[in-house]
Write a protein that binds this ligand. Structure first.
Ligand SMILES: Nc1nc2c(c(=O)[nH]1)N[C@H]1C(S)=C(S)[C@@H](COP(=O)(O)O)O[C@H]1N2
Ligand SMILES: [Mo]
Length: 231
């Protein structure tokens, strides 16, 4: 498994922009606020305002930079055979395109975002899922974020291993070269810089769930939290 070759620090200019937005008040909910506070203490965390109206989130305060040629997606756990899929491997599989609104649980939304990639179901079929598997865990090349889905959720046609977003390759800030995209759920399920998919017996709550967000992330199912307006 290749390590990210280096990290992109988030610059002072952006840090100042974040300070101007009042980062401490942005992520509501005491537990999540605590997590962001810890991330800020070690550099910075939370989000940055993006030109396309996405807010760029990073738990670690940096972005793992992964050369597209070095990228591998590991598929392991309760599978017939382990996989290490390159970007070329993913591109050679049937391509699925989706256009959906992107909704963060804190309240911001980006309408009609174009995504493309491979159905997670196709990746699972390529590995062969053992009968004992009922859930998936996901890891990120950032070494911090994790996520979970049930096997039934993972097999939905609108859950993809995405290599395109906003009409082109996924940028480093947005989790490229490959991120998870879970269309029917809040943004925190769409883990960036996807490194590992592991088939497991039962759901293991991910980073955001351990810090206060619901494991049940269907859009509309959780209370919207409110961010201040983007300036
Ligand atoms: N690795 C990683 N993935 C992540 C996050 C993160 O902090 N780190 N934040 C999540 C949240 S809460 C949201 S709303 C979306 C935001 O996607 P964006 O940073 O491309 O705007 O990414 C999700 N995936
Ligand atoms: Mo989010």
């Amino acid at each position: 498994m290749p390590e990210p070759d280096h990290r992109v620090p988030v610059g002072r200019r952006v840090l100042l922009a974040m300070a101007g937005l009042g980062i401490a008040g942005i992520v509501a909910g005491a537990k999540v606020q605590g997590a962001v506070g810890r991330a800020l203490g070690s550099g910075l965390g939370g989000y940055l305002p993006g030109g396309d109206r996405f807010r760029i989130y990073t738990i670690t305060g940096s972005f793992p930079r992964i050369a597209p040629d070095a990228y591998r997606l590991s598929v392991s756990g309760l599978v017939g055979r382990n996989l290490a899929l390159s970007l070329a491997d993913l591109r050679s599989m049937p391509k699925t395109s989706l256009v959906r609104d992107f909704q963060c649980v804190t309240g911001w939304r980006v309408p009609s975002v174009h995504w493309a990639g491979v159905r997670l179901a196709d990746v699972l079929d390529a590995a062969g899922v053992h009968p004992g598997a009922a859930a998936l865990t996901f890891d990120s090349y950032d070494g911090a974020d994790t996520e979970s889905l049930t096997l039934d959720q993972a097999r939905r046609p609108d859950v993809i291993v995405a290599y395109e977003m906003l009409g082109g390759p996924i940028t480093t800030a947005h989790g490229g070269p490959v991120r998870l995209y879970v269309a029917p759920m809040y943004g925190y399920k769409s883990l960036k810089w996807l490194s590992n998919v592991r088939l497991v017996e039962s759901v293991v709550p991910g980073f955001w769930e351990r810090n206060g967000y619901s494991v049940d992330a269907w859009v509309g199912a959780s209370n919207g939290r409110s961010d201040p307006p983007i300036k």
